[in-house]
Write a protein that binds this ligand. Structure first.
Ligand SMILES: *[C@@H]1O[C@H](CO)[C@@H](O)[C@H](O)[C@H]1NC(C)=O
Ligand SMILES: *[C@@H]1O[C@H](CO)[C@@H](O)[C@H](O)[C@H]1NC(C)=O
Ligand SMILES: *[C@@H]1O[C@H](CO)[C@@H](O)[C@H](O)[C@H]1NC(C)=O
Ligand SMILES: *[C@@H]1O[C@H](CO)[C@@H](O)[C@H](O)[C@H]1NC(C)=O
Length: 360
């Protein structure tokens, strides 16, 4: 008996391995059953016993493939040379054993392999350029017979309805795809079996094939093609541009105001500093003046120069006092002026302290 842990693992392994066996894992030169080559139910994918690099040859062994139908084939090892695609005028069948020449109209072809059929003489007129896969080069493989998609309005047509198993968010559902040999721009009505003009956007429909856009919406009307790019109006571009530039300019303005606030605060600090310095200077000047007065009272009849000096210093006092009440800028300028005065005061002080009294 299996331990409890091994049993679920075995189940899981068999579940994972089961689809791989169905898809084919018999390697090159091993035995296979050619009868197992068929289309898978629901998906109509070709399946075989052999692995992705081989096909089941008629002698019941897996042989290396002789051609490929995909640009980027799946399942090849890096040490294996990938076979070439078939040249123009030939096709690679589902088995991918070897290239074959195109089949003439009326011959048997493989399911939905329109590319296996030879094009009509007027292939340029009949070829599907819509990108919906209505035909290949004007030919179509319907019910495994090569035909040309050349039937016009009202004439009898051949139809092939295929039910595919599709997988959506709500689980599996059946997707019926209907193809016919009508010309591009027409569809083969499944009841009357005659070609009918396709419908424009907005008209009622029952299937994708009835719409010129090949898109029948869930509400039963023809919608735009599923690959229609979303186009936005000019006003959206204008609104987006306004938002971008408005955001940039708004940021700049906001930054300007934020910095102006900082700048004002900084300026206020400097003003405060200058006021303090000026106050100190006034104190020093007063002290100096007091000292000079006491000196002059000490030496009566001083030089006339020093008596002239006193009013000049007095004039400095009121000026700076007035400046204290004035605006910041004027204060600053007057401060500069008083600095100049300061220099002359220093000059005077120097002269006064000049040890050479001969100049007075
Ligand atoms: C089986 O057929 C393939 C392709 O024709 C061939 O390459 C291979 O040698 C054959 N194998 C045997 C065992 O005859
Ligand atoms: C290619 O490589 C795989 C392992 O990656 C090996 O099993 C296989 O035999 C190789 N095939 C050839 C043709 O060399
Ligand atoms: C389409 O079919 C015509 C006629 O068979 C052929 O000459 C032409 O090369 C084909 N065009 C393409 C792109 O296969
Ligand atoms: C239309 O295609 C069929 C084959 O599908 C062909 O037999 C018939 O002659 C074609 N008709 C015209 C008018 O080309």
């Amino acid at each position: 008996m299996l331990p409890p842990l091994v049993l679920p693992l075995t189940l899981l392994y068999s579940l994972l391995a089961a689809p791989a066996v169905l898809a084919g894992d018999v390697p090159w030169l091993q035995a296979c059953n050619p009868a197992h080559q068929k289309l898978q139910e629901g998906t109509y994918q070709f399946q075989t016993d052999c692995d992705a690099m081989t096909y089941c040859a008629s002698n019941s062994t897996c042989a290396l493939r002789g051609c490929r139908s995909d640009d980027f084939p799946f399942g090849y090892s890096s040490n294996v040379t990938i076979p070439d695609k078939c040249p123009k005028g030939m096709f690679c069948p589902d088995e991918q054993d070897s290239c074959q020449t195109l089949l003439s109209v009326g011959s048997a072809c493989q399911f939905n392999r329109d590319d296996e059929c030879e094009g009509p003489p007027n292939f340029k007129e009949l070829a599907d350029t819509t990108g919906f896969g209505l035909n290949v080069n004007g030919s179509i493989c319907l019910n495994n017979v090569c035909m040309w998609a050349n039937v016009t309005v009202g004439l009898p047509c051949v139809v092939q309805n295929t039910a595919y198993t599709a997988y959506g968010p709500d689980g599996e559902f059946v997707d019926i795809v209907s193809r016919g040999n009508c010309k591009v721009g027409l569809y083969c009505d499944a009841q009357q079996l005659v070609c009918v003009q396709t419908k424009a956007i907005g008209e009622t429909c029952d299937a994708d094939k009835e719409c010129s856009t090949y898109n029948c919406l869930a509400d039963g009307t023809c919608g735009r093609t599923t690959d229609t790019p979303v186009k936005v109006g000019v006003w959206v571009y204008i609104v987006v541009a306004i938002c971008i530039f408005g955001g940039m300019i708004g940021t700049l303005i906001a930054l300007y105001f934020v910095h102006r606030k900082d700048r004002t605060a900084e300026h206020e600090k400097r003003l405060q500093y200058w006021r303090e310095q000026n106050a100190f200077r006034q104190n020093i000047l007063q002290m100096q003046e007091t000292a000079r007065h006491s000196l002059m009272s000490y030496t009566p009849g001083g030089s006339p120069r020093s008596s002239q000096m006193i009013p000049s210093e007095d004039s400095v006092g009121p000026m700076t006092h007035g400046a204290n009440k004035a605006s910041a800028l004027r204060y600053y300028v007057s401060d500069d002026g008083s600095q100049m005065d300061d220099r002359s005061d220093e000059d005077l002080m120097m002269r006064k302290r000049d040890p050479n009294p001969g100049r007075f």
